[in-house]
Design a protein around this ligand. Structure first.
Ligand SMILES: Cc1ncc(COP(=O)(O)O)c(C=O)c1O
Length: 325
């Protein structure tokens, strides 16, 4: 018989697929790492497993405990798979800009969800970071993984995403492109790839309204860069410890509108139904096409599945309301 003992055994080893039509004007080969093939349909399954595994090893997550995490949704789903397997309770705090689908998915997985306002400063008591911290102090035997500053996050990608890409490209990768939220994906993967070949270029994708690009270029945290935006999962109003700025060669800004339109194009022209930040990452590659040559091999991360955004970017009314179409 050929079966897995648990759904979480299927995390990782996601496929790498060549993009054809959407990248027709780009020189070189563009390969998409399709993370929706993870059992929780996003790249965050990788860190859900690592955050829990490391906390158990350190003894900070104990039998029957409660996990409390601030998430844009996908990390909650990754944690849920493992929490169910190992008998932990899970509470997630989310900001109210995240799609309804993500909230409903978490509830379906027996997660208690606290919705918090998006447009408050990170240190405001109502922010989704502050509410998670407060619950952690109030609930006995609870553990707050804190994917932003917990380095088990980037370790997951150093141990899995990086080696997979290196093997799948037979070491021929020249550029690695990923959206940056907590920074775990880009930093962990980049560390592994640059240890193999220091010439590999690493490009981070940053939405308008986020602090990363300016911080990277000027070393200043400019609050004027912060304003609300639509793209989910990438960009920040804080500097998470998981972002290793030294490993990132450049940041590219992508607009909400361009990311949304590109995500729709990816579905229609490649048959890949992917999430909002996937369109952003791909836009970044296309905006930077003048930096690419014929023999380059670009790997772009597509973090999650488009079914999480059916009521948003795949909905004409929502797109019209936001003047994207
Ligand atoms: C949809 C989506 N894309 C991209 C990212 C960014 O990945 P990372 O947090 O590893 O930087 C996230 C993180 O939450 C996400 O949910």
């Amino acid at each position: 018989m050929n079966y897995s003992n648990h759904i979480s055994d299927l995390i990782g080893n996601t496929p790498l697929v060549k993009l054809n039509k959407v990248t027709k004007d780009v020189q070189g080969t563009v390969l998409a790492k399709i993370e929706s093939f993870n059992p929780g349909h996003s790249i965050k399954d990788r860190i859900g497993l690592q955050l829990i595994r490391d906390a158990e090893k350190k003894g900070i997550l104990k039998k029957g405990g409660t996990i409390i995490e601030a998430t844009s949704g996908n990390t909650g789903m990754g944690l849920a798979l493992i929490a169910i397997q190992r008998g932990y309770k899970l509470i997630c705090t989310m900001s109210d800009k995240q799609s309804k689908e993500k909230i409903d998915i978490l509830k379906a997985m027996d997660v208690k969800v606290h919705i918090c306002p998006t447009n408050v400063a990170p240190d405001h008591p109502d922010s989704y970071y502050s509410v998670a911290k407060k619950l952690n102090t109030e609930i006995p035997n609870s553990f707050y993984p804190n994917q932003y500053d917990n380095l088990s996050n980037k370790k997951a990608h150093y141990l899995t995403t990086g080696p997979e890409i290196w093997e799948q490209t037979d070491g021929k990768i020249t550029h690695f492109v990923a959206g940056v939220g907590t920074g775990g994906t880009i930093s962990g993967t980049a560390k592994f790839l640059k240890e193999k070949n220091k010439n590999i270029k690493v490009w981070g994708i940053d939405p308008y309204g986020s602090v990363f690009k300016k911080y990277h270029e000027t070393n200043t945290f400019d609050e004027k860069e912060i304003y609300p935006y639509m793209t989910e999962g990438i960009g920040e109003d804080i500097i998470p410890k998981n972002v290793d700025f030294q490993l990132i060669d450049l940041f590219e800004k992508v607009s909400d509108k361009d990311a949304a339109l590109m995500t729709r194009k990816l579905a229609k022209e490649e048959g890949i139904l992917a999430g909002y930040s996937c369109g952003a990452a791909l836009c970044g590659v296309i905006q930077l096409k003048n930096k690419l040559k014929k023999n380059d091999v670009v790997v772009v991360i597509l973090p999650d599945h488009g079914s999480r955004y059916l009521a948003k970017i795949f909905n004409d009314e929502w797109m019209k309301k936001n003047k994207f179409i």
